[in-house]
Design a binder for this molecule. Structure first.
Ligand code: BES
Ligand code: ZN
Length: 627
C-alpha cells in the first residue's frame, strides 16, 4: 500500500478572500472552504494564520547587493496567535503591526529550507510589517555586473523564486498552497527600470520608483522582480516584449508569432485570465529556458535564433498561465500537475499554429528525452509522477519525468477517450479549479468522476495508478512516429557506415529539430575525421541555434575534438542555462581527457552562473574529487 504523504486540514465555512487594498474580483477568488495540504517544504502554518495580501516596499542597492525594505502582510486568522513565515538568509530588523512592535523569534536555519520566522500576534492583529534586508548570497537573486549584460553599461538583477527560493528575498509563506494578491513599490538607481510578475510600467520614469499591482492571488513561487536597462515593445493587443535596447530588434522579431500562440491557447482551453502577457529577455546567465512569472514570462536570450525556431518555449510558458498559475500543484510532490499539463498544452498550441507534422517531432523529442532520463535514473523511485521529496531540496528531486512522462500520460488519456471529450474535460478542469491548488489524488478522483467513468473501459485501458505511483514507463505508453525523423535516422545510418557528410540527403530538412535529432542520434564519441567532416559540411561550430550548438558541443566533449575547444569555452563562459551547461560539465567531469579542462573553465565561469546552476554543477566536480 502506498503511504499517504499528505495530511489534509479542512476548515468549514472559512471565507478566504484575498483582501487587497487594490480591489479585485472577489467572486473569482474567494472560496467557502479552504484546504491546506501539508507542504513539507514550508514552515508556514496556514491552517492557523494565512497571508492574504502582500505590500512590498523595496530599495534596490547594487553596491551592497541587497534589497532593503518592508513586507506588509495582511493576514487571515483561523486559530492561535502566531504567524509563521519562511525566510532564508534574511536579516530581520523589526516586526510591527503597523504601529506597535510585535515580538518574534527567528529560528535556526535548516539546510535549504531556511529559518522559520515566528511572529506573536496580539488580539485583533490583522497586519504584520516585517522590516528586513536580503543577503548578497540570497539564492533567488542574481546580481549581474554591466559586463554580464548585452549593453555592458548598467548592472542588472533578476530573481528566480521557484521552487522554494522566494523566501530568500521576501519573508512570506512560501508554499504553493498559499495564494495572496500583492502590490509593490520598488526604488531603483537612475536609468534602470523595475519589472515584476504584475502590471508593469512600459516606460522609464525620472523618479526611479516603480509601482506594481497583482490583482490575482498567486503563490510565492510566482513572485518575481527584475531590474535593468530594458525597454518595451508592444507585439499586439495586450502582449509585448521587454529587452535591453541593443537586443530589442532581434527579440521582437523572434516573438512575432506570439499573438497566434495566444489565440490558439484561448481557443483550446478558455480565456486568458491575467490581462497582459509580456516576455522579458534576461541576460544569458538566467539558469532556465523560461519561467512562467504571471503577466511577465522571464526568458533566456538563448532562444533568439533569428528564425523563430525555438519559440515552443514561449508556448510552454504561456501555457503555464492555465496549468500552474491558474491551477497549481498543491506541493512540489505534485510537480507533474504543473509541468506535464504544460508540455501537453504546449504541444497542442504548436500543433494549432504550425501543424501536426511539427508537433509530432516535438512529441518524439519528448519520448527520446524521457527514455534517456529513465535510463539515467535507473528506473528508480524518482521516475514516479507522484514524487516523494521528503528531506530533500525540491530542486534536487524535481526532474524531467514530470514533463515527459506527465505529457505521455495525458496523451494516452486523449487517445483513449478521443480529443473532443478530452478537450471538454480539460476546459472544465481549468475553469473549475481556477486560482486553486490541487493534489495528485484530487486530480485522479476528478479525472475518474468527470471523464473516465463515463467512457467504457477507459480506466482499465489507461491504468492511471500505474502511471502515477509506479517507477518507469508503463507498456501502454503511446507510440509516436514522425516521418521527418525516420528520414533523419536513415541519414544517420548512412553516415555511420561511411558516407561522407556532404553526400547525405539533407536538402528536404525543413526544421532545426531535424538537425538536432541528427546530432543526438549519432554515436556519442565520433572520430576526429568524422567530426571534421561534419563541421565542414554543416558548419555546426558556427550555428546560431543554441539547441544545435548544445548537441554539437556534447559531441565535441565526448569525442575530445580539440579544434572546437575554443567554441566550447566561449559558450560556457557566456551561457548559464542549466539545461545546456550541466550536461556538458557532467560529461567533462566524467572523462579523464576533459576533466581538468572542465574544472578550469568552471572555475572561471562559476561567478557568472546563478545559484541553481552552481548547486547542480558543483556536485559533478565534488564527486570526481572523492577517492
Ligand atoms: N517552471 C519551469 C522552470 C522551473 C521548474 C524552475 C522547476 C524551477 C523549478 C519552466 O516552466 C520550465 O519548465 N522551463 C523549461 C522550458 C520548457 C520549454 C521545458 C526550461 O527552463 O528549460
Ligand atoms: Zn514549465
Amino acid at each position: 500500500m502506498r503511504k499517504m504523504l499528505n495530511c489534509l486540514f479542512l476548515w468549514g465555512g472559512v471565507l478566504l478572500t484575498a483582501c487587497s487594498t487594490s480591489g479585485q474580483n472577489k467572486s473569482q477568488e474567494s472560496k467557502d472552504t479552504v484546504d491546506f495540504t501539508k507542504d513539507i517544504h514550508s514552515f508556514s502554518e496556514p491552517e492557523s494564520t494565512v497571508v492574504s495580501h502582500l505590500s512590498l516596499e523595496l530599495k534596490v542597492d547594487f553596491e551592497e547587493q541587497k534589497l532593503k525594505g518592508v513586507a506588509k502582510l495582511l493576514v487571515d486568522r483561523k486559530k492561535g496567535n502566531k504567524l509563521m513565515l519562511d525566510t532564508r538568509l534574511l536579516t530581520i530588523q523589526e516586526v510591527t503591526d503597523g504601529q506597535e512592535k510585535l515580538t518574534y523569534t527567528l529560528h535556526e536555519a535548516v539546510p535549504f529550507l531556511g529559518s522559520p520566522l515566528e511572529i506573536d500576534l496580539k488580539e485583533g492583529t490583522k497586519e504584520v510589517w516585517v522590516y528586513y534586508e536580503t543577503s548578497p548570497e540570497a539564492p533567488a537573486i542574481q546580481w549581474l555586473s554591466p559586463q554580464q549584460t548585452a549593453g555592458k553599461k548598467n548592472p542588472f538583477l533578476f530573481t528566480q523564486s521557484q521552487a522554494i527560493l522566494a523566501r530568500s528575498w521576501v519573508p512570506i509563506q512560501d508554499s504553493p498552497g498559499v495564494r495572496f494578491t500583492y502590490d509593490a513599490k520598488v526604488e531603483v538607481p537612475e536609468g534602470l527600470v523595475a519589472l515584476m510578475s504584475a502590471e508593469n510600467p512600459q516606460i522609464k520614469n525620472d523618479s526611479g520608483t516603480y509601482t506594481f499591482v497583482q490583482k490575482k492571488p498567486i503563490p510565492a513561487y510566482l513572485l518575481a522582480l527584475a531590474v535593468g536597462d530594458v525597454t518595451f515593445q508592444p507585439l499586439g493587443k495586450n502582449i509585448g516584449v521587454y529587452a535591453e535596447p541593443s537586443m530589442m530588434k532581434e527579440a521582437a522579431y523572434e516573438l512575432g508569432e506570439m499573438d497566434q500562440m495566444m489565440l490558439a491557447a484561448e481557443k483550446l482551453y478558455g480565456a486568458y485570465q491575467w490581462e497582459r502577457y509580456d516576455v522579458l529577455f534576461l541576460p544569458p546567465s538566467f539558469p532556465f529556458g523560461g519561467m512562467e512569472n504571471p503577466m511577465l514570462t522571464f526568458a533566456t536570450p538563448t532562444i533568439i535564433a533569428g528564425d523563430r525556431s525555438l519559440t515552443s518555449l514561449i508556448a510552454h510558458e504561456l501555457a503555464h498561465s492555465w496549468s500552474g498559475n491558474l491551477v497549481t500543484n498543491a506541493t512540489w510532490n505534485d510537480f507533474w500537475l504543473n509541468e506535464g499539463f504544460t508540455v501537453y498544452f504546449e504541444l497542442r498550441i504548436m500543433e494549432e499554429v504550425y501543424g501536426k507534422d511539427f508537433s509530432d517531432m516535438l512529441a518524439l523529442i519528448s519520448k527520446r528525452d524521457l527514455l534517456a532520463e529513465l535510463e539515467g535514473m535507473e528506473y528508480g523511485e524518482d521516475t514516479k509522477l507522484k514524487l516523494n521529496l521528503e528531506g530533500r531540496d525540491p530542486d534536487d528531486g524535481m526532474n524531467s519525468i514530470a514533463y515527459d512522462k506527465g505529457f505521455y500520460f495525458l496523451k494516452l488519456c486523449e487517445n483513449t477517450v478521443g480529443r473532443t471529450k478530452w478537450d471538454a474535460f480539460l476546459s472544465k478542469y481549468f475553469s473549475e479549479h481556477a486560482f486553486q491548488t490541487i493534489t495528485t489524488e484530487e486530480f485522479l478522483t476528478y479525472l475518474d468522476e468527470n471523464l473516465l467513468s463515463k467512457v467504457d473501459g477507459a480506466k482499465e485501458t489507461i491504468k492511471p495508478d500505474m502511471w502515477v505511483y509506479r517507477n518507469g514507463l508503463p507498456d501502454n505508453c503511446p507510440e509516436v512516429t514522425s516521418f521527418r525523423y525516420d528520414q533523419v535516422k536513415e541519414e544517420v545510418g548512412k553516415f555511420i557506415e561511411g558516407t561522407s557528410a556532404s553526400d547525405l540527403q539533407t536538402s528536404d530538412w525543413k526544421y532545426f529539430q531535424e538537425w538536432e535529432y541528427f546530432l543526438s542520434a549519432l554515436p556519442d564519441a565520433l572520430s576526429k575525421k568524422q567530426m571534421k567532416d561534419l563541421d565542414k559540411a554543416f558548419k555546426f561550430s558556427q550555428t546560431g541555434n543554441n539547441e544545435i550548438r548544445f548537441q554539437w558541443l556534447m559531441h565535441v566533449v565526448k569525442s575530445e575534438y580539440t579544434p572546437a575547444y575554443p567554441t566550447l569555452e566561449k559558450f560556457l563562459m557566456k551561457v548559464g542555462r542549466r539545461k545546456f551547461i550541466a550536461p556538458i560539465y557532467k560529461a567533462m567531469a566524467q572523462q579523464e581527457g576533459t576533466r581538468a579542462l572542465g574544472q578550469k573553465i568552471y572555475q572561471k565561469a562559476r561567478p557568472n552562473y546563478h545559484y541553481v546552476a552552481v548547486s547542480t554543477i558543483d556536485t559533478y566536480f565534488a564527486e570526481q574529487a572523492k577517492p
